[in-house]
Design a protein around this ligand. Structure first.
Ligand code: COA
Length: 320
């Protein structure tokens, strides 16, 4: 049993902040940011929350897939920036769209979150536990950034992407996923201190902190390794792959991965220039853009691949 994607949707907050606008409030420049990352602008939430963005993306995916909310048996939301610890973002989405029959769960694998959500949906389909499932990657990273740290805050943005999937025995899907908690300290966010009757710790919560160069090296090494692994598992040659939809963190990472895979850069669609890094949302947002631009037809073979905090990584081979 595999799954197939019935529909996609995405949502980006209205407010666009360019590199030049950032340069007015911090010591940076369009030249520094764009030459190192390919990022020119990002969307930043003013009125939206993770829940409102997730709901808007989900409604579009359901409409695109011709699926009614009550047909859903599961909602999986990948996020590290949900609005509350509880209720989960997936339960909030359920309430807003009226998916009364869905079992709802959030999962956090940072920027690999959407691939992990696909992995979970595939496992549920295989186990006969899931038939029609809604998957969402959503982040309001602007609320957890350290806006005084120019080396990190310029890289991220807000947004949501969603797909609705159906269990389908006729399709092939292969997944590779991995984690390396031993190296987790190169990308961290919001240390939660003990603060109880017995222990007092009023030190401020930490926001996103990153060793950019270490993350860069990790990404460039792990993407080709993971992609080659699922190509082998699927018994598919690179020539047969139409697109590689990679996590949109940095144009240079994607170009390096393409070189290492010996694949033309044209097979790597990108939107990092106008979305920046929206963590678990980048892959479904880009997939939605590619689909809505008419770049995919039935049977096309594609690979999705993500990497990020944890450290975590994952790749999916699927047939459109
Ligand atoms: N504007 C201007 N200068 C900046 C800056 C900014 N926004 N941020 C950092 N700098 C400065 C630093 O202070 C440093 O100055 P110094 O040399 O005087 O100390 C210098 O730029 C560092 O530049 P460089 O060595 O060229 O940085 P880099 O090539 O390593 O690029 C990143 C930095 C963050 C863009 C790069 O490491 C990267 O993209 N890493 C991956 C991060 C990522 O994608 N994470 C998410 C993964 S899910």
């Amino acid at each position: 049993m595999a799954i197939r994607i019935l529909g996609t949707g995405s949502y980006l907050p209205e407010k666009v902040v360019t590199n030049d606008e950032l340069a007015q409030v911090m010591d940076t420049s369009d030249e520094w940011i764009s030459s190192r990352t390919g990022i020119r602008s990002r969307h930043i939430s003013i009125a939206d929350t993770s829940t409102t963005m997730a709901v808007k993306a989900a409604k579009k995916a359901l409409e695109d897939g011709g699926v009614k909310p009550e047909e859903l048996d599961h909602i999986f939301v990948a996020t590290l920036s949900g609005d509350h610890a509880t209720p989960s973002t997936s339960c909030e989405v359920q309430k807003e769209i009226g998916a009364v029959n869905a079992v709802c769960m959030d999962l956090n694998a940072a920027c690999s979150g959407f691939v992990y959500a696909l992995n979970t949906a595939m496992a549920y389909a295989k186990a006969g536990m899931g038939r029609k499932m809604l998957l969402i990657g959503v982040e309001t990273l602007s609320k957890i950034m350290d806006w005084s740290d120019r080396s990190t805050c310029v890289l991220f943005g807000d947004g949501a992407g969603s797909v609705v999937v159906e269990a389908d025995p006729s399709r092939k899907i292969y997944i590779d996923a991995g984690s390396d908690g031993m190296k987790g300290d190169v990308l961290t966010c919001e240390e939660r201190h003990l603060n109880n009757l017995l222990v007092k710790d009023d030190s401020p919560m930490q926001q996103v902190q990153m060793d950019g160069q270490e993350v860069f090296k990790f990404a460039v090494r792990i993407i080709p390794k993971s992609v080659n692994k699922i190509l082998d598992a699927a018994g598919v040659s690179k020539d047969e792959i139409k697109y590689y939809i990679l996590h949109q963190a940095n144009r240079r990472i994607i170009e390096a991965a393409a070189r290492r895979l010996k694949e033309p850069i044209e097979k790597f669609p990108m939107n990092v220039d106008h979305c920046a890094n929206t963590s678990s949302a980048t892959i479904p947002i880009l997939l939605d853009e590619v689909h809505r631009n008419g770049m995919l037809k039935a049977g096309d073979k594609i690979i999705l691949s993500g990497f990020g905090g944890g450290l975590t990584w994952g790749s999916v081979y699927l047939e459109w």
